[in-house]
Design a protein around this ligand. Structure first.
Ligand SMILES: [Zn+2]
Length: 105
């Protein structure tokens, strides 16, 4: 792993941990097993999960809650912008559509 990758990985892990904190706080994960794994990842980062835990995390936490896409243009939304603090939900508008949208109101 290059230094750049290491920094990039650390940045993503931190963004993921922050994002998981919002999701856990908002009680979005109803599956107790998935919730436990999400809490573990939030505290200890994603490394160290068993293959089964990784699968549960991928299908029940990452895919539904941590890979937001813009409903308007379909662009993936950066995890650092993945939480909408105003509505308390996963953000579903990318920053460029959001500024267009706000311009229209
Ligand atoms: Zn968009």
């Amino acid at each position: 792993m290059s230094d750049y990758d290491r920094i990039e990985d650390a940045r993503l892990q931190k963004a993921l941990a922050t994002h998981l904190g919002h999701i856990i706080g908002a009680d979005l994960i109803s599956d107790q097993v998935a919730l436990g794994i999400a809490k573990k990842v939030r505290a200890e980062r994603v490394h160290g999960l068993s293959p089964k835990q990784e699968w549960v995390f991928q299908t029940k936490v990452l895919e539904p809650f941590c890979q937001p896409k813009c409903w308007r243009c379909g662009a993936p939304i950066d995890l650092e912008e993945g939480w909408d603090f105003e509505s308390g939900e996963v953000n579903e508008l990318c920053s460029s559509c959001r500024s267009d949208w706000e311009g229209m109101q």
